[in-house]
Design a protein around this ligand. Structure first.
Ligand code: HAX
Length: 434
């Protein structure tokens, strides 16, 4: 049986001529046009990136390598006694486009296990952080600290053929991904558990080991698997994925690229929204003295937030125009496992009241919830109540998709990213104002 790396090598060799042909024979074919609104407005919707790892349809939601999320959850092999698949299997699917067999997943699980030991200096860097630092800042820095381990950087310095860039990037990617659960759980222990660290268990898969290090009993292992899988990839234009790709396009190594993308994910309009949802809900809960608000009371809280010029966290999306399937999967999980959770009742009430209000207000192009509206309530239910930490969990998952993308970026020799800017005066001339 071919290893993941050998299988990937075959896929890369098959794929390279397709990219070369497009470039050489069809390089002048127009893909898209761009308007002034798009130039000023954050390039919304401009088709200017390529990835084969996932595709986001505005109405259907994300597909990983052509599979919808329910298909991914149904088809990927699962650990014995678990409802959720191996995260390692998802990585294999994202890299190769094929659903791995049980044996193949077990090899990938072994690969990750071998690489999970975190060097001591990383703990020292985390320990040196002053209290009250946000865990995302610590996480980004801990990842960057590992830059000295980069095989790619060493090979590049020694002189390496471009066609081989992907191989050392692959090694860096696996080495980093295997360490992220332990780095994250160590940050959790430092900030919220008086430094009480639990060592990684080499007999467990990523999801099981993370639950073990977080000291959370079953089914938190499945919660972790679910979480990491649904957060892994959302095509290439979102801020975290785009940042990872952009930074890596300079041939920075994967530690530098993933650390940078973590900082992009840390913004409240992106990954931090999951923390903001919980903060918002806690505010409502405090005002209600722990009572579940009536529909009218909840509507009033939503309007008060909008009227004070703030966004409703967890709602809206730059691409999606329907309820995010990542939201629906988590909602189904809640309905099955924790239907009576009081916070879930708040979240479900919001699902009823927010979309009509956002429609009535008429600003948001998408009034429906995104994944961040549900994430925190599940973590809270299973005892991770420190909501500052939620975006770190997102970061572990998102690193998997971005690492897969960066390996392919290198394999297909995507060049340095360098769009062109114009001045406001130039735009005025183009508009015919001047
Ligand atoms: N509440 C209130 N107003 C909202 C809104 C919301 N949830 N979503 C969009 N709007 C507003 C925008 O602020 C914007 O207002 P202005 O015209 O005054 O600037 C207007 O509606 C049009 O925005 P849009 O075109 O619909 O949305 P954008 O592509 O500009 O932004 C965002 C997409 C996700 C940033 C936006 O919907 C938002 O701020 N949502 C709340 C924060 C959030 O949940 N972020 C997480 C998104 C998913 C993700 O990336 N997770 O990591």
């Amino acid at each position: 049986m071919a290893s993941l790396k050998e299988k990937l090598r075959e896929k890369i060799e098959e794929h390279r001529p397709r990219t070369q042909r497009l470039l050489k024979e069809y390089g002048d074919v127009v893909v898209d046009k761009i308007t002034i609104a798009q130039v000023i407005g954050g390039m919304r919707g401009v088709k200017s990136l390529v990835t084969d790892i996932s595709y986001l349809d505005p109405n259907e939601g994300i597909r990983y390598r052509g599979y919808t999320l329910p298909e991914v959850f149904e088809k990927l092999p699962k650990p014995k006694g678990s409802e959720m698949p191996f995260v390692e299997g998802l990585f294999s699917l994202l890299l190769t486009g094929e659903i791995p067999s049980e044996n193949e997943v077990s090899d990938v699980v072994d690969e990750f296990r071998k690489r999970r030991i975190v060097p001591r200096y990383v703990y020292e860097v985390i320990d040196a952080y002053p209290c009250c630092s946000h865990p995302m800042a610590i996480f980004a820095n801990a990842i960057l600290t590992l830059h000295r381990e980069s095989f790619f950087a060493k090979k590049y310095a020694a002189g390496i053929n471009k066609l081989d860039y992907w191989e050392s990037t692959y090694e860096d990617a696996l080495n980093l991904l295997a360490k992220l659960p332990e780095i994250a759980s160590y940050i959790y222990a430092k900030l919220y558990r008086d430094g009480k660290r639990i060592q990684s268990d080499p007999n467990l898969d990523i999801g099981g080991d993370f639950a073990h290090m977080m000291m959370k009993p079953k089914p938190y292992d499945d919660v972790a698997r679910l979480h990491f899988i649904i957060h892994s990839d959302h095509e290439s234009g979102n801020v975290s994925a785009h940042t990872g790709h952009l930074v890596s396009s300079t041939l920075s190594d994967i530690y530098q690229a993933i650390s940078a993308m973590i900082n992009g994910l840390a913004g409240p309009l992106h990954g931090l929204a999951n923390q903001e949802v919980l903060r918002w809900l806690q505010g409502v809960k405090e005002k209600m003295g722990d009572e579940i608000p009536s529909e009218n009371e909840m509507k009033q809280f939503v309007w008060d937030t909008l009227n004070s010029g703030q966004v409703i966290p967890g709602y809206g999306h730059a691409v999606l125009r329907k309820t995010d399937p990542r939201y629906s999967i988590q909602r189904d999980f809640c309905l099955k496992n924790m239907p009576e959770d009081p916070l879930f009742k708040y979240v479900d009430l919001l699902y009823k009241v927010v979309p009509p209000i956002l429609k009535k207000q008429g600003k948001a192009k998408n009034p429906w919830p995104n994944l961040d509206a549900q994430t925190g309530v599940i973590q809270w239910h299973y005892g991770v109540t420190e909501y500052d930490f939620y975006t770190v969990l997102f970061g572990i998952g998102r690193s998997i998709g971005i690492a897969a993308n960066i390996i392919w970026d290198r394999a297909l020799l995507y060049p340095l990213e360098r769009p062109k800017s114009v001045t406001t005066e130039m735009l005025e001339k183009i508009a015919g104002i001047k």
